[in-house]
Design a protein around this ligand. Structure first.
Ligand SMILES: Cc1cc2nc3c(=O)[nH]c(=O)nc-3n(C[C@H](O)[C@H](O)[C@H](O)COP(=O)(O)OP(=O)(O)OC[C@H]3O[C@@H](n4cnc5c(N)ncnc54)[C@H](O)[C@@H]3O)c2cc1C
Length: 532
């Protein structure tokens, strides 16, 4: 087998890269470890809860138990299906803050300032209501407002204003700060994964080949040039050669893992697991950054929450409503409103995201809704200082790597988390929320002092599923890829996915990763002299 370009991983970024490269007429083969996205609950937005632990379409990783987060493994879902994590995620569309990208440029990443990346966000997007100076129209990625909003969500937005946060009509518009309603990557009543948007548009092209159930097992080198990929498909080992480039888009866990088992990584570690050393690249698997959240939940006394709509005769009524009108609870994702705010005065941009869900679950069993009505705010430190690692433990391509996120190990992260906890309690205490609350059920009023909050964070915090940074972009010696996403020291190889982010963006990571896919594909086209 051969192709001009071989893309490993059909996720948020990989589908964009394969789609945009195939526009040029070059031959592109996209290898995806998981199956096609046939499973109906991928496409019905409310089906998201059934995907969190799905055995066939999810890698279901776990972090190593670490003292900083209560010595417990934390479940790390990642999509293993066409569309990757965009097929199993909460569908929130959040671009991040302009200062995130300006910060990347200041760190030496040439061409990544907000002014540089805004045209790419716009190129991807189709959001009808937005101001067209900042929002895109007519792109493959459909972004929509919620079709049905429960009264509890409106009350949260009102209560946040009562607590002093300004209303923001478009959290992806000119300013990110304040309280506003969520936007979703949804096409009408269906999820808008990158498989059902970018890839679906490209699938008719004869020069694009998509191979599912095809796990890349090793990158192939001639000296320090990557020339192809070995992969296993339905139990058969095969190889594909790339005439131009190999692009690794396996995500923040699998991209560093594939590089390491192929011989690109910290030399001492590679030797310790018996991997060849093609290039000593100490940054591969380092700089792991993730969003860690704690939750405050309240029992709701007199209004309907998703807990009620998700069971009994009401779920049947919602299913009929969905089929007949394309509206109702089944079109909802997880977070219906958000606040972007600051932990202290004097910061240049928000360092906290408070995510409101008109539902509640046991903090240790996220996604399993309680019987009685509830509502929850997840408190997220959006630009954490803590850093962890992802390291292969054997050369077996199917073995899970060791994930050590090192959550809240930086004292500053706990300070910001505690500030977010207090902001959230103020919102719940505001009149519009307080009158419908039957009391805080998690963590409960006994958690009060800073030490209590830190203890709660260690025993009950969770990932918000946004790992990045493990193949960090930069121009310094420890950077894995350069500003054009080429693996430093190796020819014919780029990494294009969430793993290249040097720092986390202010908010959820799907939209930024899609932008990275757009920019990566654009740079390949420029560098290869292919049609712009
Ligand atoms: C449960 C969950 C909820 C989330 N909610 C949101 C949200 O609401 N909003 C938001 O903005 N972000 C959300 N995110 C995060 C967001 O979806 C991710 O940041 C983004 O999808 C990452 O894109 P990626 O291209 O880096 O990796 P992925 O989308 O994970 O794609 C990687 C792909 O590569 C494939 N692959 C990996 N290794 C190999 C191999 N060796 N061979 C072949 N194929 C391989 C994988 O199977 C996968 O399909 C969520 C994530 C999860 C898991």
């Amino acid at each position: 087998m051969n192709a001009d370009f071989v893309v490993v991983g059909a996720g948020s970024a990989g589908c964009v890269v394969a789609s945009r490269l195939s526009e040029t007429g070059a031959t592109v083969t996209l290898l995806e470890a998981g199956p096609t996205d046939w499973y109906p609950f991928i496409h019905i937005p409310a089906g998201v809860r059934t995907l969190l632990r799905n055995k066939r379409m999810n890698w279901n990783y776990e972090s190593e138990p670490e003292a900083v987060s209560g010595n417990r493994p934390i479940h790390w879902p990642r999509g293993k299906v066409l569309g990757g994590s965009s097929s199993i995620n909460g569908m929130l569309y959040v671009r991040g803050n302009a200062t995130d990208y300006d910060g990347w440029a200041q760190m030496g990443c040439r061409g990544w300032s907000f002014d540089d990346v805004l045209p790419l966000f716009k190129k991807s997007e189709d959001y009808k209501p937005g101001d067209s100076s900042v929002r895109g129209k007519g792109g493959p990625l459909k972004v929509e407002d919620y079709r049905t909003i429960l009264p509890l969500t409106h009350l949260f937005v009102k209560a946040a204003q009562e607590a002093g946060f300004t209303f923001n009509a478009d959290l992806n518009g000119h300013s990110q700060e304040g309280v506003g309603y969520s936007q979703m990557t949804r096409r009408g009543r269906f999820r808008g994964s990158t498989a059902r948007t970018f890839l679906a548009e490209a699938r008719g092209r004869a020069n694009l080949r998509v191979e599912t159930n095809a796990i890349a097992t090793r990158l192939l080198f001639e000296g320090t040039k990557c020339v192809g990929v070995a992969f296993r498909q339905n139990g058969v080992d095969r190889e594909i050669r790339a005439a131009r480039e190999v692009i690794v888009s396996g995500g923040a866990v699998n991209s560093p893992h594939l590089l390491q088992i192929s011989g690109i990584g910290p030399a001492e570690h590679l030797k310790s697991i018996g991997a060849p050393v093609v290039l000593d690249s100490p940054g591969v698997g380092a700089n792991l950054i993730d969003h860690y959240v704690i939750r405050i939940s309240h029992r709701v006394k007199d209004l309907v929450s998703l807990n009620n709509l998700a069971r009994g005769p009401r779920v049947v009524a919602e299913a009929i409503r969905y089929v007949v009108t394309g509206k109702g609870a089944l079109t909802m994702g997880v977070t219906s409103a958000q606040v972007f705010c600051r932990s202290r005065e004097g910061l240049a941009s928000p360092d906290l995201q408070l995510l409101f869900t008109p539902a509640s679950s046991d903090p240790m069993r996220i996604g399993e809704l309680e019987r009685e009505a509830g509502m929850t705010v997840a408190i997220c430190v959006v630009r954490p200082d803590s850093r962890g690692t992802i390291m292969a433990t054997t050369t077996d391509p199917t073995a899970k790597p060791a994930i050590r996120p090192n959550y809240i190990s930086a004292a500053e992260d706990l300070r910001v988390m505690t500030a977010g906890f207090r902001h959230t309690r103020r919102i719940f205490a505001a009149p519009s929320m307080a009158q419908h609350s039957a009391g805080e059920i998690a963590p409960g009023p006994s958690v009060e002092s800073d030490l209590d909050v830190a203890d709660y964070a260690r025993r009950a915090g969770n990932t918000l599923y946004h790992p990045v940074g493990t193949c960090r972009m930069g121009e310094d010696p420890r950077a894995v890829v350069d500003s054009r996403l080429r693996v430093r020291g190796i020819g014919g190889l780029r990494v294009i996915d969430a793993s290249i982010m040097p720092t986390l963006t202010t908010g959820n990571t799907n939209a930024p990763t899609i932008m990275i896919g757009e920019k990566g594909a654009m740079m390949i086209r420029e560098d290869s002299g292919l049609a712009a």
